[in-house]
Design a protein around this ligand. Structure first.
Ligand code: BGC
Length: 765
C-alpha cells in the first residue's frame, strides 16, 4: 500500500506539469460578493454548525411518499445538516426548508438531493439506453426535462451524471452509465451537466449536477459491485478519467466519490484523487460528497476506526458525508486531538455554502417549492412526447433477417412474454420518483399505435423464476410472484397462441431490479425459463421477433443463431410501450448503436473494441496454436461497439483523405460517401476511428474520435466529412504527458467499430 501511495505521489509531482495541469480550467473567477457573504456567515458559525454543513442525512420513504424523520428534523433545527436527500415534493421540501430557515440559529438553507438519474417523474431510457441514441441534443434534452421536473418538485441537486466507463456487463451498474468508450462518455457527461445546470445555477429550473462515481468504479474486479480497482496511471488517464474531466469542465458543481479502492487507497480517502488530481490539476471548484455511507465503509476497507477514517476522508478532499455521520460525530474530537485542522473543516464548509449561494438559496430558500410549477411542469404531455421520441432513438436493431420488421399495422401477432404486458419494469432501475403505473406497456403501445393489429397475448413464462435471483430482488422491492400456472402450462399456452398467429413478438429480458446497484451477475444468458419459452416457440416455425428489455449486454449467441429479428429496447421509460410500438411498426426507423460490446460468453469479459493488440494477434481463421485466442470460442464479440441496424441499408464508399501528411496544428479531411440503398428513409451514425500504428507506448487497435448522425432519404447519398486535427492524435504517454507522436495513423470510417473502410496518413514535425 505504501508503495502505491508513493507512486501516486510521484505521479502527482509529474502531473503538476502535465497536460491536465496545462488544460486546467481557468479557475472560475471568484465572486467577491459571494466570498464576503460567506466569510461573514462563517465568522458567525460555531464549529458544530460548520461540521453540520458537511452532513447529509437521508430521509426515508413509505408507500405514501417521503417521511419526515424525527431525528433529521432536530438536526436541521440545530444546524447539523447541510442538506437532506430522498425528500421531494414542494410540500415536503418546504416543511424541511422552513425548519432550516426559521428554527436554526443562522437560517442556512438546505440542499435537497435525489437520484434523478434518467428522468424525475417522466422517465427516460436507462442511461446505457440514452447513450445508444448517440444523440447529444436528445440526451441533453432528457437531462433538461429531468432538471425542470425535479426543480419543480422541490429538488436542487441530482446525483447524476454517472460517467463510469465500464467494460464489464457482469456489473449491474453498467446500466447507469454510457458504456465503454471514453470519447462518447465524455460528450454525454458534458451534455447531461448542461442539461441539469442550464447556463446559470441561478435559474429557477437549474439543479446542481453531481459527477459520479469518482473514480474508476466501473472497473471493479470481477464485475462485482463495490470491488477493488487496481489500474495503471496511463490506462486511467487515457481510458477511464476523460468522462469525469469532461463533465467537470462542463461546469459540474459537485462530484460524488466512488466506493472502490484505487491502487490501495479507497477513493473516499484518496488524497491524490480528490485533491491532487481533481482540484490541483483539473481545477474543480465545487464540493465533493461521499457516496452513501462511503465514509464509514472505510472501516471495513481497513483504514481505521470511524474517527480515523472520517479525518482521513475529510483531509483527502471529501467535503460532505452522505449518511455515515462520521463527520458529524467525530471531527470535533479529531480537531481537538489535532488530527485534522480547522482549515480543512472551513474549506469544506465554504465549498458547500458556495454551492448554496450559487443556486440563490440564500436569496430565496423557497426557490424550488412553487406548487404551481409542480402542477404544470411535471409529466406534461410535451415531456411524455419527448420521452417517447428519446426512447425510440435509444433502441438498437440487432438483427432483422428477411426484413421481418417492421410489422404490418394490421398483422396478426401473438404477443408473448413476461415483459409484454408489464408496466412495472419498463421504467428501469434508478427511476426513483417515476411511477410505473403511469408507464405504457408494450401491449398498450401496440394498441395505441396500430389499432388494427390483431393481437393475442400470452405470458409464456415468469419474468424470473431462478430462486436465488428471485430471493434477492424480491427482498429489494421487485414483487415478482410465480404465476398460478405451471411453467409448462405457460409455455403450452404461448405455443398455442403463436400457432394461431402469423408472427410471434416475444418480449423477454431481465427484471428492472436485476440491473443497477448491487446486481452483479455471473451468467448473462436469458434466464433459463425464458429461453425454454423461446425454444418452444421456435419449434412452431412461426417467425419470431425478439424484443429485449435488459440493463446490460447479454450473451445472446443462441438467440442470434435462432431468431430472425432482435430489437434491443433496454428499459426505455414511461413511454416505453409507445416507443417500442413506433419502432416495431416502422413509424420510427431504429438508428441506435451499441455503446457497450455484446460478448458471446461471459468468459470473454472484459471485451471491448478499443483493446490493444498483442505480440501474437489472432487473425480469426488460422489454426496456429501460439496466438492470443481462445481454443473454445471466437475472440470476436457477438455484436460490436457501435453496431446497430436500420430498416433501410446504407452503403459506404472507401474513405478518401485530402492529404497524406499533416503537421502539428494542421488539419486533414477524411471523407466518405454514404448512400441509403434500402427502402426506407433512415438515420445512420457514421463513426470515425483512429489508430496510432507505432508509438512509444502501445495503442488501442482503434479509438472513436468522432461521429455524425445523418438522415438520408431512401436512395439519397451524402458526403460525410470529418476534420482530423492534431489534438485528436494526442494521448497520455508514460510521463503522463498529453502529446501526439510523429508516425503513421490509420483512419477508419464506417457504421460500427467492425465494418470499417481505412486510409492512412502520417503526422510529421
Ligand atoms: C449509490 C449512488 C447514489 C447514492 C444515493 C449509492 O448507493 O452508489 O449512486 O447516488 O446511493 O442514493
Amino acid at each position: 500500500m505504501k508503495q502505491s501511495t508513493s507512486l501516486f505521489f510521484l505521479a502527482a509531482v509529474i502531473l503538476a506539469n502535465s497536460a491536465f495541469a496545462q488544460q486546467k480550467k481557468a479557475a472560475s473567477a471568484t465572486d467577491p460578493k459571494m466570498d464576503s457573504f460567506i466569510s461573514n456567515l462563517m465568522s458567525k458559525m460555531t464549529l458544530d454548525e460548520k461540521i453540520g454543513q458537511l452532513n447529509l442525512p437521508a430521509v426515508g420513504f413509505d408507500v405514501t411518499g417521503p417521511i419526515l424523520s424525527q431525528g433529521v428534523d432536530e438536526k436541521i433545527e440545530k444546524g447539523l445538516a447541510g442538506g437532506v436527500f430522498n425528500t421531494f415534493t414542494p410540500q415536503a421540501v418546504r416543511k424541511l426548508q422552513e425548519l432550516a430557515v426559521t428554527k436554526s440559529r443562522l437560517k442556512i438553507p438546505l440542499l435537497f438531493g435525489y437520484d434523478v438519474v434518467h428522468g424525475h417523474k417522466t422517465i427516460f431510457p436507462i442511461p446505457l439506453g440514452l447513450s445508444t441514441s448517440w444523440d447529444m441534443e436528445l440526451i441533453e434534452k432528457s437531462a433538461r426535462i429531468a432538471g425542470r421536473e425535479a426543480s419543480a418538485d422541490g429538488l436542487n441537486w441530482t446525483f447524476s451524471p454517472m460517467v463510469d466507463i465500464s467494460r464489464d456487463p457482469r456489473w449491474g451498474r453498467i446500466s447507469e452509465g454510457s458504456g465503454e468508450d471514453p470519447y462518447l462518455g465524455s460528450l454525454i457527461g458534458a451534455a447531461m451537466v448542461r442539461g441539469y445546470q442550464t447556463n446559470s445555477l441561478s435559474n429557477k429550473d437549474a439543479i446542481l449536477a453531481c459527477v459520479k462515481h469518482f473514480a474508476l468504479y466501473g472497473a471493479a474486479e470481477g464485475g462485482r459491485d463495490y470491488n477493488t480497482t487496481d489500474m495503471s496511471l496511463i490506462r486511467m488517464y487515457n481510458e477511464y478519467l476523460p468522462p469525469y474531466k469532461a463533465a467537470i469542465d462542463a461546469g459540474a458543481e459537485t462530484v460524488m466519490v466512488s466506493f472502490n479502492d484505487i491502487n490501495g487507497t479507497p477513493a473516499t480517502a484518496n488524497k491524490w484523487l480528490l485533491t491532487d488530481l481533481l482540484r490541483n490539476q483539473w481545477g474543480f471548484k465545487g464540493f465533493v460528497v461521499s457516496d452513501y455511507t462511503g465514509v464509514s465503509e472505510l472501516v471495513p476497507h481497513g483504514l481505521g476506526d470511524l474517527q480515523t477514517v472520517s479525518a482521513k476522508a475529510l483531509d483527502a478532499g471529501t467535503d460532505m458525508d452522505m449518511v455515515a455521520e462520521g463527520f458529524l460525530t467525530t471531527l470535533k474530537q479529531s480537531l481537538k486531538e489535532k488530527k485534522i485542522t480547522q482549515q480543512v473543516i472551513d474549506q469544506a464548509c465554504r465549498r458547500i455554502l458556495e454551492s448554496k449561494y450559487k443556486l440563490g438559496l440564500f436569496a430565496d430558500p423557497y426557490k424550488y417549492v412553487d406548487e404551481e410549477r409542480a402542477k404544470t411542469e411535471i409529466l406534461s404531455p410535451q415531456n411524455r412526447l419527448d420521452a417517447r421520441n428519446i426512447a425510440a432513438a435509444s433502441m438498437v436493431l440487432l438483427k432483422n433477417n428477411n426484413q421481418l420488421l417492421p410489422l404490418k399495422k394490421n398483422a396478426k401477432i401473438a404477443l408473448i412474454g413476461p415483459l409484454a404486458n408489464n408496466k412495472r419494469d419498463v421504467i428501469g432501475n434508478w427511476s426513483a420518483a417515476g411511477d410505473w403505473k403511469k408507464a405504457i406497456s408494450v401491449i398498450e403501445g401496440l394498441k395505441n399505435v396500430a389499432p388494427d393489429m390483431d393481437i393475442t397475448y400470452a405470458k409464456g413464462a415468469n419474468l424470473v423464476d431462478n430462486p436465488a435471483i428471485l430471493k434477492q430482488i424480491n427482498a429489494n422491492g421487485a414483487d415478482i410472484v410465480a404465476d398460478a400456472k405451471s411453467p409448462q402450462q405457460l409455455i403450452d399456452e404461448a405455443v398455442a397462441t403463436a400457432k394461431k398467429a402469423d408472427i410471434a413478438v416475444v418480449v423477454l429480458g431481465e427484471s428492472a431490479l436485476m440491473g443497477g446497484e448491487a446486481t452483479s451477475r455471473t451468467n448473462l444468458d436469458l434466464l433459463p425459463n425464458q429461453k425454454d419459452l423461446l425454444k418452444a416457440l421456435k419449434l412452431t416455425g412461426k417467425p419470431i421477433v425478439l424484443v429485449l428489455m435488459n440493463s446490460r449486454p447479454l450473451t445472446l449467441d443462441w438467440e442470434d443463431a435462432n431468431v430472425p429479428a432482435i430489437l434491443e429496447t433496454w428499459f426505455s421509460g414511461t413511454e416505453a410501450g409507445n416507443a417500442i410500438a413506433d419502432v416495431l411498426v416502422g413509424n420510427y426507423n431504429p438508428a441506435g448503436k451499441l455503446t457497450a460490446t455484446f460478448p458471446r460468453s461471459v468468459g470473454q469479459i472484459p471485451l471491448y473494441y478499443n483493446h490493444k493488440s498483442t505480440g501474437r494477434p489472432y487473425d480469426g481463421v488460422s489454426n496456429e496454436k501460439f496466438k492470443s485466442r481462445y481454443i473454445d470460442s471466437s475472440n470476436e464479440p457477438l455484436y460490436p461497439f457501435g453496431f446497430g441496424l436500420s430498416y433501410t441499408t446504407f452503403s459506404f464508399s472507401p474513405v478518401k483523405i485530402n492529404k497524406n501528411t499533416i503537421k502539428s496544428g494542421q488539419t486533414l479531411e477524411a471523407t466518405i460517401e454514404v448512400k441509403n440503398t434500402g427502402n426506407f428513409d433512415g438515420q445512420e451514425v457514421v463513426q470515425l476511428y483512429l489508430q496510432d500504428i507505432y508509438g512509444s507506448v502501445t495503442h488501442p487497435v482503434k479509438e472513436l474520435k468522432g461521429f455524425q448522425k445523418i438522415f438520408l432519404k431512401k436512395g439519397e447519398s451524402k458526403q460525410v466529412k470529418f476534420t482530423i486535427d492534431t489534438e485528436m492524435l494526442k494521448f497520455y504517454n508514460t510521463d503522463l504527458k498529453f502529446a501526439a507522436e510523429t508516425g503513421d495513423f490509420n483512419v477508419f470510417i464506417g457504421p460500427n467499430s467492425r465494418d470499417l473502410s481505412t486510409a492512412q496518413f502520417s503526422f510529421t514535425l
